[in-house]
Design a protein around this ligand. Structure first.
Ligand code: NAP
Length: 513
């Protein structure tokens, strides 16, 4: 069995004892072991700050962009191997694994291009010089410089490649070294990525450890940052760590979200916009076995088409073949862990106290030993009362979504959607500009991203579940309040924003150096 080691202070080291055992969630066979017990994490952090930080800051944006291009190239070179690891340790189907791994590669490549575009400079300007006095000579200018610390990248189990890739791309381009802490249960892919990346980067620029004791956040100092993705519960724990509070350790939280899809009252069944809606909802329920922070959980539909929507979704989803991702014809794999399995089954039971299960129940997974694996079927519910609290509060992190009646007036609709408490993404399907405008104004304050599906883009829409590096990822409230990606905006988190005051010519020359 594979033994995963930690990369700390530029060397691969093994923890004491057996540590955690990682499984194949389809068969429950052991895949790897990981231990971080007894490792000198504080020295690992110090090495990253001192050695990795200095080496990255010595490079220009264009040079750091070249490093990212090389990381993307290495993923491409090892793509098949990485896909197989994701299928084995994550329960991903081949297509789900590609979604994760190609997402990491594409995001790194995007930031490589942004680095090339910034050129051979080390300071990132924020806007132009501003005249401060009567004469034009006295000026001010805002800039971003790399923070003097280490970026701790804590990721959730569902995107071991993309989660690491998107955080590392922005941090490294900004000039901060990274220490990766993948979720233990699916860490094999992240671990392999760091093995592939290590000698493409300066010593200390990247490290990885299992941190089974969750000790790393408590060791951070002023200048360090935590980029966290996971549950709101863990995010809340990090926010109140004394050192995070007292040292102003910057914390970004990407957490849960009860994402919604809304079908506009103007959309006729069978139209292009309607088909786009059905395609998106059925993909989002099933892809990655519903273990996507951006998956649609609440589906708001006008009463007039509700039974048609229900029939169409049931028709699309009832034939989904569930089983071992390595078996022929399997379209949906298992949940990632036994705990996930328990949580999702309990979540479906709670939802079904307030909604009727129109698709779901039990499933007979193919290609697995009898009784093994963490499988659930695609589950669609239909709630007679759209106001029941649990429908807006409980994130069931699996292939589960609920149909709800959309109030006819957009104000009440927005108020109902907003009961999710802040989300990552909401998609609306309408060709009515007035309605789109009302929904944008009503829902943007509660979401990090809004997707407007319409007839004009029906053939080329990406779907709400795909996070693009050009656009912000994150959301207010329950979703954590974090912001990631968004092109160059993503660099701000890993940079100090500083206002410079002085001679205009000098300031302008400094940002070009
Ligand atoms: P989780 O239990 O919060 O774990 C997330 C990460 O935090 C893991 O690496 C975990 O390590 C670590 N961790 C757990 N407790 C910790 C502590 N006390 N201190 C420091 N680190 C700690 O979440 P999960 O079950 O892996 O992920 C599912 C959740 O993530 C869902 O709610 C989903 O909505 C959310 N999610 C959000 C996004 C987004 O971008 N907003 C993306 C994906 C997932 P161990 O694995 O070693 O315990």
């Amino acid at each position: 069995m594979q033994r995963m080691r930690s990369l700390l202070s530029g060397v691969w080291v093994d923890g004491q004892g057996r540590g955690a055992t990682l499984l194949n969630p389809a068969t429950e066979e052991s895949v790897a072991e990981s231990s971080s017990h007894g490792l000198d994490l504080a020295s690992g952090l110090a090495f990253a700050r001192v050695e990795g930080g200095a080496a990255l800051r010595a490079l220009t944006f264009a040079e750091r962009g070249k490093l990212l291009a090389e990381l993307a190239r290495r993923i491409h070179e090892h793509r098949d191997e990485l896909i197989e690891l994701a299928m084995t340790n994550g329960g991903n189907t081949r297509s789900d694994a590609k979604f994760d791994i190609d997402g990491a590669m594409g995001t790194l490549a995007h930031y490589a291009e942004l680095g090339a575009g910034l050129g051979d400079v080390r300071i990132l300007p924020d806007g132009d010089s501003l005249q401060l006095g009567r004469a034009p000579r006295l000026a001010g200018r805002h800039v971003f410089v790399p923070r003097r610390g280490v970026a701790l990248l804590i990721n959730a189990f569902n995107f071991p490649a993309w989660g690491l890739g998107e955080k590392a791309a922005t941090a490294l381009l900004a000039g901060m070294p990274v220490l990766c802490k993948p979720a233990t249960s699916t860490a094999v892919v992240a671990h392999r990525l760091v093995e592939l990346f290590q000698d493409a980067l300066p010593p200390g620029a990247i490290g990885i450890t299992g941190d089974l004791e969750h000790a790393l956040p408590g060791l951070l100092e002023a200048g360090d940052v935590i980029a966290f993705t996971g549950s709101s519960k863990t995010g809340a724990r990090l926010r109140v760590l004394p050192n995070v509070i007292h040292n102003a350790v910057r914390l970004g939280v990407e957490a849960d979200s009860l994402n919604s899809a809304i079908l506009g009252a103007d959309v006729e069944a069978g139209s292009d916009t309607y088909e786009l809606f059905i395609n998106d909802v059925s993909r989002e329920i099933r892809q990655k076995t519903g273990q996507k922070c951006t998956a649609i959980r609440r589906v708001f539909v006008p009463d007039a088409v509700r039974s048609r929507v229900r029939e169409d979704l049931v028709e699309r989803l009832s034939g989904v073949v569930v089983g071992n991702p390595f078996a022929d014809g399997v379209q949906m794999g298992p949940l990632a862990t036994a705990q996930q399995h328990r949580d999702v089954l309990a979540g479906i039971a709670r939802l079904s106290e307030h909604a009727n299960v129109v698709l779901g129940g039990t499933c007979r997974p193919v290609g697995v030993p009898e009784g093994k694996g963490y499988f659930v079927p695609v589950t669609l519910l239909d709630a007679p009362d759209a106001t029941a609290a649990v429908l807006h509060d409980l994130e069931v992190f699996g292939p589960v979504a609920t149909l709800l009646a959309a109030p006819a007036d957009s104000e009440s609709l927005c108020a109902l959607v907003a009961r999710g408490g802040g989300g990552l993404v909401c998609s609306m399907y309408t060709d009515d500009r007035k309605l789109a405008g009302e929904l944008v104004m009503g829902l943007a304050p509660h979401h990090g991203r809004l997707v407007i599906g319409s007839q004009k883009i029906a053939g080329q829409a990406l779907g709400p579940g795909t996070v693009m590096p050009q656009l912000l990822h994150g959301g207010p409230g329950r979703a954590g309040g974090g912001e990631e990606l968004g092109g160059l905006r993503g660099l701000a988190f890993y940079s100090q924003h500083t206002a410079l005051q002085g001679d205009r010519a000098l300031l302008d020359a400094l940002v070009k150096a």
